[in-house]
Design a protein around this ligand. Sequence first.
Ligand code: TEU
Ligand code: CA
Length: 550
Amino acid sequence: APNNGWWRGGVVYQIYPRSFADSNGDGIGDLPGITARLPYVASLGVDAIWLSPFFTSPMKDYGYDVSDYCDVDPIFGTLADFRTLLDTAHGLGLKVMIDQVLSHTSDQHPWFKESRASRDNPRADWYVWADPKADGTPPNNWLSIFGGSAWHWDTRRCQYYLHNFLTSQPDLNFHNPEVQGALLATVKFWLDLGVDGYRLDTANFYFHDAQLRDNPPRGRPTGEDPAVNPLNPYAWQWHRHDKSQPENLAFLQRLRALLDQYPNTTMVGEIGDDDGLARMAEYTSDADKLHMAYCFDLLGQPHDAPFLHALMTRVEQVIGSGWPCWALSNHDVTRVASRWGEGGAAAPGLLRIAAALQLTLRGSPCLYQGDELGLPEADIAYEDLHDPYGIEMWPDFKGRDGCRTPMPWVAEAADLGFGSGATRPWLPLAESHRALAADRQEADAQSLLHFYRRLLRWRRQQPALIAGTQTLLPAHAQVFAFVREEATKAGLPGQRLLCAYNFSDRPARLELPANLWVASLCSASGVVGGRADAEGIELAPWGGLIAHLS
Ligand code: TEU
Ligand code: CA
């Protein structure tokens, strides 16, 4: 089936259903709530939404533990509500991408209940079961992302089963062809309903080493590398055998072959690995693999110009024709306004150049709900924690609830317009979000919300930004700058844009290479923190500039 490539450079808006809008006042966001707010999403000028999981689930990991892949959890609504959401989105010109958690199920999934019942039932081999070592300990040294051994003892089968996350998220055995077939059938179910694509959860975790070999130890983290979180098992071992196995690629190709039967569908794979960028390059291709790979590298702490230059240099080295998806926030990490700001508060200019960076890099931007409002991370007391990861790691790591609080729609409303009325929402409303509520920013032409809208609308008309090449300017202590260039058309040179951002609180000057001449500033972009002269450009503190090159 033909693919018009809308996803290439298209903007995705991630919605976390529990926390977007509550239509029935039970304290939990739901599908009808999302449908009612879709005009707002469309008004931003994005191309697609990605819905975090809304499938039947005991909600131990808030939907990333699925117990029925082909139905909607009653807390979120019904399949009919999903169809209405889909039709409404399509009517507004929005594509709909859904989150497929194929690597593991909930322990309440009928497949797992059957699998754990005995060693010889028809689904006995659908999960990763293994005998203990002679001394009773787990089969090998693999660690769970959420802490502790990745193996859990099951008293009925007297065997261990593998779980990369919670013990209630048993890992499916992809070496069994029946498992692959069953999962492809669930993917097809939603394609037949009319979804436009998938975000694939942990897309490199599908297969494990069938010989169950130990991972090589990585040694105790020294604290010298600020990007390494000592609580994350990535700091302790190289994940050579529990993920990113060669067989993954063959399964992604089967998924791609299925999607290729449906016009204009796409998939973005979440790929967390020791060398995520190399893996992203390996897993994406125009022809027969993932369309896009979700990149973690802007979801961490550092963001100054030297960091960005080194990161993007590496991206250019490895990515080839692969296509990255850039996110500044998501439902798993501290919101960017708090993560990139000094002492938890971002200078207003910083959020604007961060947005401009994300929207001008080669790749597809993925906004997280509330990014466009500049929401800071919410403070959550231990008593209010829901995230099992946070409860396990407290207080060293406070978990993921601080980025999952209800969206602030209406500043004056007691429930911030979330829709729960007098009912306490599942996570507390963040008082720090009240002054940033959508309606308040709607009424202020200078707000971050209007900045996003202007930039998103302008961006759609810039061919260099949608699919053009990207070339970095030399490294600079304060300024991260690059050129995006559209391919030549019928012998005529394509559009060339200079994008330059001052990631510092001091003014900055950048001399331009002799072959680059600024023809005019793109003031319609709203990114207007600098000026150009004959030799180069000058940027205000946290200022950015986008310019046409002649
Ligand atoms: O997250 C996978 C996950 O935890 C990675 O972000 C991991 O931290 C990374 O690979 C380490 O480099 C997904 C979902 O986004 C998350 O909400 C779920 O809890 C998890 O899968 C389990 O389904
Ligand atoms: Ca509800």
